[in-house]
Design a protein around this ligand. Structure first.
Ligand code: ZN
Length: 181
């Protein structure tokens, strides 16, 4: 009979809370219908439980609105033909779906928040942001958010650690493998 270890698995074999929550956001993002940008977010309370999750999507009942990024549409040159006035960002949806207990919590998001979401984060009492990428850091939306976070003293930390994470759904015994940097 094969001997089985009675020792607890070492820390290095475990996913950390940060890693679990960011992986969750990356998976949730894949529900987004946006052809260009898929963003996932979740809110975690002070005890480390996920309160709510969200991804970028059109408001309820508005799913027929356009996903275009281009301002030029036929003869019109107006932002109303783009997604920007309409889409609900992942952070907004994550906060809305959280049922209380947000105060003092953390938001995990695959993309650094825009200034509108930053205001929502601050006003809902969330104290920390962990983001996967800030690839639009030169844009006004990101720079405004950064200014808000610094002024309101909201921690904003870039996620690091995991290099690779693979889920093999054909292998129920050890379905998940990951590598660290
Ligand atoms: Zn936003």
């Amino acid at each position: 009979m094969a001997s089985e270890s009675e020792e607890a698995r070492p820390e290095s074999a475990l996913l950390s809370s940060d890693e679990c929550f960011m992986a969750h956001c990356l998976i949730v993002a894949q529900q987004s219908k946006d052809p260009n940008t898929q963003v996932g977010a979740c809110v975690v309370d002070v005890k480390g439980s996920i309160l709510g999750s969200g991804y970028n999507k059109m408001p309820n009942g508005c799913e027929s609105l356009p996903w275009s990024r281009n301002h030029k549409h036929r003869d019109h040159e107006t932002v109303l033909y783009t997604k920007y006035p309409y889409v609900c960002h992942a952070v907004l949806n994550a906060i809305i779906s959280s049922k209380g207990g947000v105060e003092g919590g953390t938001v995990y998001t695959t993309l650094f928040p825009c200034y509108e979401c930053a205001k929502l984060i601050i006003q809902s009492g969330i104290k920390k942001v962990v983001y996967f990428t800030d690839r639009y850091e030169e844009d006004t939306e990101s720079q405004g958010a950064r200014k808000l976070f610094e002024t309101a003293e909201i921690d904003h930390i870039e996620f690091s650690g995991l290099k690779d994470l693979v889920i093999d759904f054909t292998n129920p015994r050890t379905p998940l493998k990951f590598m660290r940097e």
